[in-house]
Ligand binder design. Structure first.
Ligand SMILES: Nc1ncnc2c1ncn2[C@@H]1O[C@H](COP(=O)(O)OP(=O)(O)OP(=O)(O)O)[C@@H](O)[C@H]1O
Length: 537
């Protein structure tokens, strides 16, 4: 057996013997501690007793001790009582429960530790971030909400940190979001001059605003709603049965708009078709619509044969014919407007009535056109995109992010109002909006949630109003009803509500949807592809 093993064994034996001895002598230790306590108490009493009373006290104690001594087994009983009281007094007081660690303290310490590898410099003489450092060295101020979640934080960082590089910033933003909770969105305000980063957790946007008539000026389209930081304006909206003031994201169209066309990108199911429908419903009271549904899912079938809707096309043949007409119509309008200007008279109404070209998934048709060697619908958009502003023709395109690369450069360049819906990464944000987002999106986003950028303005958060397909049986009845109420007439429900009509029992939402279906002559459900358009040419 080696010396080391002997030593180990000896140490173990000594430890075991020590433990046993401690167990064995524990009662004696307890009583000893109690006796010491009694002795201290007696000394204290003796010191506190006035001198003139010490003699009688001593005499009384001695008489008591003699009495006990004379009692049969008195000494034994006295000894047992002394031991028992010493054992009681010698108990150790229960250790006070250690205070609960402060949750805010723990969270900030964890965030500091997570940031340290990214913000510590090996050659820094007075580092803000070190492995054994304290978060108070680097964090200037913080705020937690009632649920103990971080809602504001100011972070100092060393001057050598590359805060101008998007990738370096993104790393820090990811770390902060990871530690503060991915369920919320955060705004990151980088103050490059003072090397400080201010982080603010953003409250979720309202998702219960349904389609309705918004209080806007002509030519203004409400893309959705944002937070108070996104705009200084609010409009009244009906929300959850009451009227509330909400900050809208407004897009201005028309001859004075610098951003007359819009491109909305989104992952599948993120709500781009819903945005298109919402724009259609707002545009219809003042203008005419041409709708191209490239995916052919019939999501815009509710617009078929509506007054003001020239056509809803789902086929390549129909889309090409509609867009050829739209290009010619743009040129015709330009001719009329030029002639009116030349003669110094007001332009005729047929040249100034807004015309909207709404295209959902046009790249699907582009692929088809390529395969069939037919004109690409995107090429036919060139004239409306270039001259639409003067001719009052507005182009709105909704496309899947996956197909964004298949959009023509003209389309991308001319659509200066940008929307991106669904989960947004920093790269996608830059691609879709043409600018870096200073917000990190939440891990899960509700349908219709994203960001909008009108022209060169900073991107803002966006929640599109719930404008469901009224033919979608899975959609909540009241949301379908809200859309049906906004569709221009030839709606049986509207006729029934007219004063001359006989009193009819109130229709259930399903009846209303069925009325709508009967009127349109299409099948209920998302796959109502057999849309019969009403072409204008
Ligand atoms: N703002 C919104 N509020 C409530 N529900 C919404 C909203 N936007 C979309 N939805 C719902 O989400 C689902 C998908 O929406 P939509 O069809 O508009 O997505 P999409 O982006 O067009 O998807 P796809 O590209 O697959 O057609 C639908 O059921 C729709 O009713």
């Amino acid at each position: 057996m080696s010396l080391t093993r002997h030593l180990h064994r000896g140490r173990d034996l000594a430890r075991t013997a020590g433990d046993h001895a401690a167990d064995m002598f524990a009662p004696l230790t307890l009583i000893g501690r109690g006796l010491r306590h009694h002795l201290d108490w007696t000394k204290g009493r003796w010191a506190a007793t006035p001198k003139e009373r010490r003699g009688p006290t001593l005499f009384l104690t001695a008489a008591l001790a003699l009495g006990v001594f004379l009692l049969p087994h008195g000494l034994l009983f006295a000894l047992v009582a002394l031991m028992a009281s010493a054992a009681w007094a010698g108990r150790r007081p229960k250790a006070a429960p250690s205070p609960e660690p402060d949750a805010a303290d723990l969270k900030l310490a964890a965030l500091y530790a997570a940031l340290t590898p990214y913000l510590a410099g090996p050659d820094d003489m007075s580092p803000l971030y070190t492995l054994d450092g304290h978060y108070k060295n680097a964090f200037g101020g913080w705020e937690f909400d009632g649920d103990g979640r971080l809602c504001a934080l100011e972070i100092a960082y060393p001057a050598y940190f590359t805060d101008t590089e998007p990738a370096a910033r993104a790393r820090i933003e990811q770390v902060v979001q990871g530690k503060a909770g991915r369920a919320r969105e955060y705004r990151f305000d980088w103050d490059e001059e003072s090397n400080r980063l201010r982080v603010t957790a953003l409250a979720p946007l309202a998702t219960d605003i349904a389609a309705q008539r918004f209080v806007t000026a002509p030519g203004e389209i409400v893309l959705g709603f944002t937070d108070a930081l996104g705009t200084s304006r609010t409009i009244p909206v009906t929300q959850g049965g009451t009227v509330a003031q909400q900050p809208p994201v407004v897009w201005r169209v028309g001859p004075r708009s610098a951003e007359p066309h819009l491109l909305a990108l989104g992952s599948s199911g993120s709500g781009t078709s819903t945005l298109l429908r919402s724009i259609a419903l707002q545009a219809l009271p003042h203008g005419d619509l041409v709708v191209i549904d490239g995916a052919g899912t019939g999501e815009h079938a509710c617009l078929v044969n509506r007054p003001g809707v020239h056509t809803v096309e789902t086929s390549l043949h129909g889309a090409v014919a509609a867009l050829e007409w739209a290009a010619k119509e743009t040129e015709r309008r330009l001719g009329l407007l030029n002639a009116a200007r030349h003669h110094g008279v007001a332009a005729p109404e047929e040249a100034t009535r807004p015309l909207w070209l709404l295209l959902d998934h046009p790249t699907e048709l582009s692929e088809l056109a390529q395969a069939e060697e037919r004109p690409d619908p995107q090429d036919l958009l060139e004239v409306p995109l270039r001259h639409g502003r003067a001719a009052r023709v507005t182009v709105v395109i909704a496309e899947d992010v996956e197909a964004a690369s298949r959009l023509r450069p003209t389309v991308r360049a001319a659509t200066r109002t940008k929307v991106v819906l669904g989960p947004v990464t920093p790269d996608l944000g830059r691609l879709a909006l043409g600018a870096a987002l200073d917000i990190t999106p939440a891990a899960h986003t509700p349908a219709g949630r994203g960001y909008a950028r009108v022209g060169a303005a900073a991107p803002v958060r966006l929640q599109v109003p719930a404008t469901v397909d009224p033919l979608d049986e899975d959609a909540p009845a009241q949301l379908r009803d809200a859309v049906i109420a906004l569709l221009p007439h030839r709606d049986t429900r509207t006729e029934a509500a007219a004063p001359a009509a006989p009193a009819a029992p109130p229709a259930s939402p399903t009846d209303r949807a069925e009325d709508l279906v009967a009127e349109l002559g299409v099948e209920l459900g998302k796959d109502a592809g057999a849309v019969r358009p009403r072409p204008v040419w």
